[in-house]
Design a protein around this ligand. Structure first.
Ligand code: ASN
Length: 559
């Protein structure tokens, strides 16, 4: 966390709706357009003289100077349509994340103006969807519209703009009533009072009074220079079930459920219910245990709580239900993970959403493979020795990618590994995965935005390694991500193609063709693969080469 420097801090304020901009129509509040126009008329939100002097466009406002040498300039992006947040879903929240991603380089920070009813869900979802945040994202809204004389909107919005403009807090936060909270720790507790939110199990990240008090040790640190990753593949088939005395033994047919249990994670020990829970867990339903108490955590103090754990339910410790639902949706939406891998991820603190009990702060157990255990042990050993850890991470990441071990790769990411770093011979995890044809690992790495065309010490790209290994699926993935064989890699391709043609190695030829190579390239003696195949009488190869040289499509049908 740092005080932001520089004479100009540019923010994007995404206005999604909510009471803050609402108008009364036939006696009820409905979302109102034109928030920027309202703000333009309020001197606390806009310094017209300065804006004119700078030639700012219509949708861009500038705050009066909060400090003599810095201005916060913000552009209001009004969504279409605007929502009462009761109507918002994961779809809209992923769209907000994508908007942030699109404008990520242009702005120093982001404010999301949102209705309060589902703001805690929104903040939780955004915290999981946006990975590797290096910039501040602050959600805010109001209990009373901003144009009403007595309202909380002005103070909240101004506070959110100042926090996002003046500080670098690389998290999704929520600002309300002079407090900046971690977004995935809040819950709405009052529908009328201005103090609508509380963060029951984590103190605020900052409190605004005469001074701005920042709780520095709580603010999460940005991880290296990793690129922002937006996880849009959130699972929608998740739900929330609140236990009540006498609940029948039936569970909703979903992929994941957050169960709000009694007290410190307890539930009825009635055999039918426990049996149903066990059967559901065996079917692959993931259940996350959160207490329905406002404060406190799921513990193993009671037999009634242990029965829940015994039935295969995962402890959500002190997570809010909002955060638990978002986390479940995120974890279930991650492609290619095993059930154990998902459970591992759920048990880990991923975005500061839960406090693990002391002694439980764990490196991942990764117990499912020898490599996984090795990763966990080495990382635990080197916890105090950052230099050792940094030296080990690229090699471990390559080993995990080579083995197609997505859980280990995910664990390395959570532990701060940059998956685009090279190992001792210049190979990246993408090289390792491509070489072994690990399509799952390649997909994951590409989704994380690793560069696709890096060359190792010998000048080889992941694409060439996949060609040599004849991994058509991986070749397709790499090509779709923009990979190309370099002129250097193609230099000796002609001779290699002739060799393959002489041996009637159709699979090898197809690999080169799928990677975009021109199969008509001559070999060292000037002959093409087609001539070699004809001379050798390899008819199948001749037919194939004649077909593809008639105009080589990018993707081979059926591959
Ligand atoms: N119903 C409103 C909303 O969530 C409540 C508010 O913003 N205070 O959009």
């Amino acid at each position: 966390m740092a005080r932001a420097l520089g004479p100009e801090r540019r923010l994007l304020a995404v206005y999604t709706g909510g009471t803050i901009g609402m108008r009364s129509e036939q006696g009820v509040l409905v979302p109102g357009r034109g928030l920027a126009a309202v703000l333009r008329t309020l001197p606390m939100f806009h310094d017209e003289e300065h804006a004119r002097a700078c030639g700012l466009p219509e949708d861009t406002l500038v705050l009066p100077p909060a400090s003599p040498d810095q201005r916060v300039i913000y552009t209001v992006l009004e969504c279409q349509p605007l929502f009462d947040s009761s109507d918002m879903t994961i779809t809209e929240w992923v769209q907000i994340a994508q908007t942030i991603e699109r404008h990520y380089e242009q702005y120093h920070g982001f404010v999301v103006i949102h209705g309060t009813d589902t703001m805690a869900f929104a903040a939780s979802v955004l915290s999981f969807v946006l990975e590797n945040l290096q910039k501040t994202v602050v959600l805010t809204g109001a209990q009373v519209p901003i144009h009403a004389l007595w309202n909380d909107g002005r103070e909240n919005l101004l506070g959110a703009l100042l926090m996002a403009g003046q500080y670098v807090i690389p998290e999704v936060c929520l600002f309300f009533q002079n407090q900046l909270f971690r977004g995935n720790r809040v819950t709405k507790v009052d529908s009328r009072r201005f103090a609508a939110f509380c963060s029951p199990n984590l103190p605020p990240l900052a409190v605004v009074g005469t001074d701005v008090l920042i709780n520095r040790e709580l603010v999460r640190k940005a991880r290296g220079k990793d690129r922002l990753v937006v996880h849009s593949s959130m699972e929608r088939d998740v739900g929330l079930l609140r236990l009540y005395p006498g609940i029948p033994a039936a569970l909703p047919p979903m992929k994941g459920v957050v169960m709000e249990t009694f007290g410190s994670g307890n539930g009825p020990t009635q055999p039918e219910l426990l049996g149903e829970l066990q059967a559901a867990a065996r079917r692959g339903l993931i259940i996350l245990n959160c207490t329905h108490c406002l404060q406190g955590a799921v513990t193993s103090d009671y037999a009634a709580g242990m029965a829940m754990a015994g039935a295969g339910i995962i402890s959500g410790f002190d997570m809010t239900s909002e955060a638990a639902l978002a986390k479940l949706s995120y974890v279930l939406g991650q492609p290619g993970l095993s059930l154990d891998g998902r459970k591992e991820l759920l048990a880990r603190d991923l975005r500061g959403e839960m406090t693990l009990p002391t002694g439980h702060e764990r490196r991942p157990s990764l117990s499912c493979s020898t490599l996984g255990r090795g990763v966990a042990q080495l990382l635990a050993l080197s916890q105090e020795a950052d230099a050792v850890r940094d030296a080990l991470l690229p090699g471990l990441a390559c080993a995990a990618a080579h083995a197609g071990n997505l859980e280990a790769l995910q664990a390395l990411v959570e532990l701060g590994s940059d998956l685009s770093l090279e190992n001792f011979n210049g190979q990246t995890p993408l090289h390792a995965a491509a070489r072994r044809g690990q399509a799952g690992a390649v997909t994951m790495l590409l989704q994380r935005g690793v560069p696709v065309d890096t060359r190792d010490e010998d000048g080889l790209s992941p694409l060439l390694l996949a060609v040599k290994g004849r991994h058509w699926g991986v070749i397709g993935l790499l090509r779709a991500a923009g990979a190309c064989l370099s002129p250097r890699e193609l230099e000796d391709a002609g001779t290699e193609l002739c060799r393959l043609a002489a041996r009637a190695d159709l699979e090898g030829l197809r690999s080169w063709w799928q990677a975009g190579a021109d199969l008509g390239r001559p070999g060292y003696d000037g002959r093409s693969a087609l001539l070699v195949a004809e001379a050798a009488g390899n008819l199948e190869v001749v037919t194939f080469l004649q077909h593809v040289q008639g105009g080589a499509p990018e993707v081979l049908p059926g591959v």
